[in-house]
Design a protein. Structure first.
Lengths: 184, 143
C-alpha cells in the first residue's frame, strides 16, 4: 500500500483516457524514487541514472495497459529498470576504450564527482568497494542493501533462484567488508 | 519494517563494519527539485499536450493541402495539349457544281434540262380536270 494509491488504483486508472494522467502521477510518485536508487546503485552517477530512469518510466507507462498482473507491479517495474540498466551498462562499457577495469575506475570517479566537498566519505568508500564487484553481485547487493528487497522479490525480478542470490549477496558483502577493513 | 530488520540482522552477522555504515542518500549530486521537474518532463513525453497535437494536425493539413494543390497544377500543365482545330477543306460550292455540270453533261442535255424546266406539264392536266369539273357542274346546274 502506497501513500498515493495502490498498484490496483494505478492499473485501473490507466485503462481510461480520462484518468490516465492521474494514474501516471500515482505511478511516478510511488515508484520513481525507488527506481532511481535502484538504477543509481548500478550506474553510479546522477546524469546516467537520469537518462535510464526516463527511459524506464516511458517504457513502463507505454506497457502498463498491457500489464496482465501475472506478477506484482513493483516486480515488473524493477525488471524493466534492471533490463534498461544492464543494456545501458553494456553500451557504456563498449564506449570505454580504457583498460579491463576501466568501468570500475569510471564508477569510482563518477561517485567521487557526485560528492560535494563535505560529502559522505563513507559512501565514497562504499562506492569504491562496490566498483570492484562483478556485475551480478553488484546488482544483487544494490537490491538487497539499498532497495531493501527480500530474496523472493529479487528472485522474481532477476529470474534467479533464492539460493543463488544468497550466495551472490554473501560474496558481495564479504568483499566489501574486506575492502572496508583494509582501507580503514 | 520486519523486512528491513531481517536485512539488517543478516548484514550484522555477515559484515559488522558494513552494517555500521550510515546509509546516506542525501548527498548524492541530485539537483534540488529534480524529482518534481522530472515528472513534468516525462509527462510531456507520454502525454503530448492537446495544443501541440492540434498544432501538429493543422501543420499536417496545410502541408497535405499545399501538396495536393501543387500536384493538381503540375498535372494540369503536364497533360495539357494544344487545342485541336478542325480544318474543313474550303469549298466553293458554286464553282464546283458548275465544273461538275460542265464535265458531265453535253450541251444538248443542258438544253433539254433547260426546256424541261420551262415546260409546265401539270398545268394542262389541272386545266383539263378543272374543265371536266366545270362541265360537270354545268350538267348539275342544268338539272
Amino acid at each position: 500500500m502506497s501513500a498515493g494509491g495502490t498498484d490496483q488504483d494505478i492499473l485501473e486508472l490507466a485503462q481510461h483516457p480520462s484518468t490516465e494522467q492521474e494514474s501516471f502521477s500515482l505511478l511516478y510518485k510511488n515508484y520513481a524514487q525507488k527506481l532511481y536508487w535502484h538504477i543509481r546503485g548500478m550506474v553510479s552517477n546522477h546524469e546516467d541514472t537520469d537518462d535510464v530512469l526516463q527511459d524506464v518510466m516511458v517504457k513502463a507507462w507505454r506497457g502498463i495497459k498491457r500489464f496482465r498482473g501475472e506478477s506484482k507491479l513493483s516486480t515488473w517495474l524493477y525488471r524493466i529498470a534492471t533490463n534498461e540498466t544492464i543494456t545501458f551498462l553494456g553500451k557504456r562499457n563498449k564506449r570505454q576504450t580504457a583498460s579491463i577495469d576501466g568501468d570500475d575506475d569510471y564508477l569510482h570517479d563518477t561517485m567521487k564527482a557526485d560528492q560535494s566537498v563535505d560529502g559522505d566519505i563513507v559512501m565514497l568508500k562504499l562506492g569504491k568497494a562496490m566498483s570492484g564487484l562483478p556485475e551480478k553481485q553488484k546488482l544483487v547487493f544494490t537490491m538487497r542493501y539499498f532497495d531493501e528487497m527480500t530474496y523472493d522479490e529479487i528472485s522474481k525480478v532477476l529470474g534467479t533462484s533464492v539460493g543463488a542470490l544468497k550466495a551472490s549477496y554473501h560474496h558481495a558483502v564479504n568483499k566489501i567488508e574486506k575492502f572496508l577493513t583494509e582501507n580503514d | 519494517m520486519a523486512q528491513q530488520d531481517d536485512i539488517k540482522k543478516e548484514l550484522e552477522g555477515l559484515a559488522p563494519k558494513l552494517a555500521s555504515l550510515k546509509r546516506s542518500k542525501a548527498d548524492a549530486g541530485i539537483p534540488e527539485g529534480y524529482f518534481e521537474q522530472l515528472e513534468g518532463e516525462i509527462s510531456e513525453k507520454v502525454f503530448p499536450s492537446v495544443e501541440k497535437v492540434n498544432q501538429g494536425r493543422v501543420v499536417k493539413l496545410w502541408t497535405y493541402t499545399s501538396i495536393a494543390v501543387a500536384a493538381c497544377i503540375a498535372l494540369f500543365f503536364l497533360t495539357r495539349q494544344p487545342a485541336q482545330i478542325i480544318e474543313y477543306p474550303s469549298i466553293d460550292p458554286l464553282s464546283d457544281a458548275e465544273e461538275f455540270m460542265m464535265e458531265t453533261f453535253e450541251t444538248e442535255d443542258l438544253e433539254m434540262f433547260y426546256s424541261a424546266s420551262l415546260e409546265d406539264t401539270t398545268t394542262n392536266i389541272d386545266a383539263e380536270s378543272i374543265l371536266i369539273e366545270e362541265n360537270h357542274l354545268e350538267e348539275l346546274l342544268n338539272i
